[in-house]
Design a protein around this ligand. Structure first.
Ligand code: HEC
Ligand code: HEC
Length: 338
């Protein structure tokens, strides 16, 4: 009896659920609140494969793709998000540091936007909690897009296509929060599954060549994995740059404010030169390296890391193997054109 009632109740809930789903889709506006960063299910593995696809709202992804490539998001219509996060350059710009409106150069390297959905915070110093929150930064940054929402919205509201698209999604039409929401959803579509290493993690013993396998061994045994871990091989913790060495003395040149890292956010002494550990996904495609873009090659980046983070001087063969392992992090690239 109870079983039957349970079944009936279950059936009713399902029917109601379906009715709600059918009723709501596709006319309801996306939720007003920003979704939290994505975390894969807990795992006892230090690194987990990138999932094949995420459950995204295709309407937002399409709108976000347009906005991401739209130069009207900058003061003089010369710079789009894609200018510094080029999908054909693995989501970066291949420059040491970023170039914004009027050719102004920043002091930080443009990180890739690929797989940024999996990072616990955004920016080198982690000052943005979500991709939505992050998207506001470059618009206002005087050496990036150098504009403000009032200006951007005035331009976009003059575009009948955008007016129609936003109004179809949200009753209040074009708003900064909706722009941020759409761009962030598009960024969530920029994931790169199926790297050789992910195939290896999924059980394909032949996915890694011998040198990359040796590199994976070193990556764990030397301790790289203590910081570069999780689904993004990074992006889930902060660490000091130069635990075992003095990176900045080695680099030379004047110390920039941006070299202070997370100290700029918290003002705490222990956060001096602390950075979000960057992802190593597709890292062979995103030279130059480090927050200051000062390291040109992956060979050198691996050496600098081993010395400054672990106090280890790598033998030639070890560096070779680690680089082979990092090359095996190249995943399937997202669609460039819609
Ligand atoms: C002028 C070049 C430039 C433009 C334009 C630009 N960015 Fe960036 N982006 C950067 C730089 C440099 C950083 C690192 C800044 C920092 O950490 O303080 C960054 C960081 C990010 C990050 C964080 C990635 C991570 O791993 O921490 C995301 C996401 C991102 N940008 C998305 C965007 C979006 C969306 C736009 C357009 C609204 C945009 N960017 C416009 C240069 C640019
Ligand atoms: C104590 C934590 C820690 C350890 C251990 C560590 N890293 Fe890093 N790694 C970082 C941080 C933090 C950065 C970013 C530094 C910066 O740009 O200022 C980084 C950056 C990198 C970069 C450059 C990424 C980019 O996109 O610019 C590479 C490559 C790298 N690490 C590889 C390794 C390898 C290989 C090992 C082991 C030999 C290793 N790391 C060990 C914390 C660590």
């Amino acid at each position: 009896m109870i079983g039957t009632r349970g079944l009936l109740l279950g059936g009713l809930v399902t029917v109601l659920g379906l009715a709600v789903a059918i009723h709501v889709w596709p006319t309801a506006p996306p939720p007003a609140t920003f979704p939290p960063p994505l975390f894969p299910p807990a795992s006892d593995q230090p690194i987990t494969p990138i999932p094949g696809a995420l459950d995204l709202d295709p309407r937002l992804v399409a709108l976000g793709r347009r906005l991401f490539h739209d130069k009207r998001l900058s003061r003089d219509d010369t710079v789009a998000c894609a200018s510094c996060h080029d999908l054909e350059l693995a989501g970066g710009d291949a420059r040491e540091t970023a170039m914004g409106v009027d050719g102004q150069m920043g002091t930080l390297n443009s990180p890739t936007v690929f797989n940024s959905a999996f990072s616990f915070r955004q920016f080198w110093d982690g000052r943005a909690a979500t991709l939505e929150e992050q998207a506001e930064g470059p618009v206002h940054n005087p050496i990036e897009m150098a504009t403000d929402w009032a200006q951007v919205m005035a331009k976009l509201r003059g575009d009948a296509g955008y007016v129609a698209e936003f109004s179809a999604l949200w009753p209040d039409g074009i708003q900064p929060a909706h722009i941020q929401r759409a761009i962030a959803e598009f960024e969530r579509s920029l994931i790169t599954p199926d790297s050789p290493f992910d195939r290896y993690l999924r059980g394909d013993a032949n996915a890694l060549a011998a040198d990359a396998l040796r590199g994976w061994d070193l990556f764990r045994n030397l301790g790289c994995v203590a910081c570069h871990q999780g689904v993004n091989m990074g992006g889930n913790m902060y660490a000091t740059l130069g635990v075992m060495g003095n990176y900045f003395a080695e680099r030379g040149g004047a110390l920039q404010k941006s070299d202070l890292g997370r100290f700029n956010v918290t003002g705490r002494e222990e956060d001096r030169h602390v950075f979000k550990v960057p992802t190593l996904r597709n890292v062979a495609r995103t030279a130059p390296y480090f927050h200051d873009g000062s390291i040109a090659t992956l060979d050198k980046a691996v050496d600098v890391m081993a010395r400054n983070q672990l106090g280890v001087r790598l033998a030639e063969e070890e560096r070779w193997a680690l680089v082979a392992f990092l090359r095996a992090q190249n995943g399937r690239l997202p669609l460039i054109a819609p």
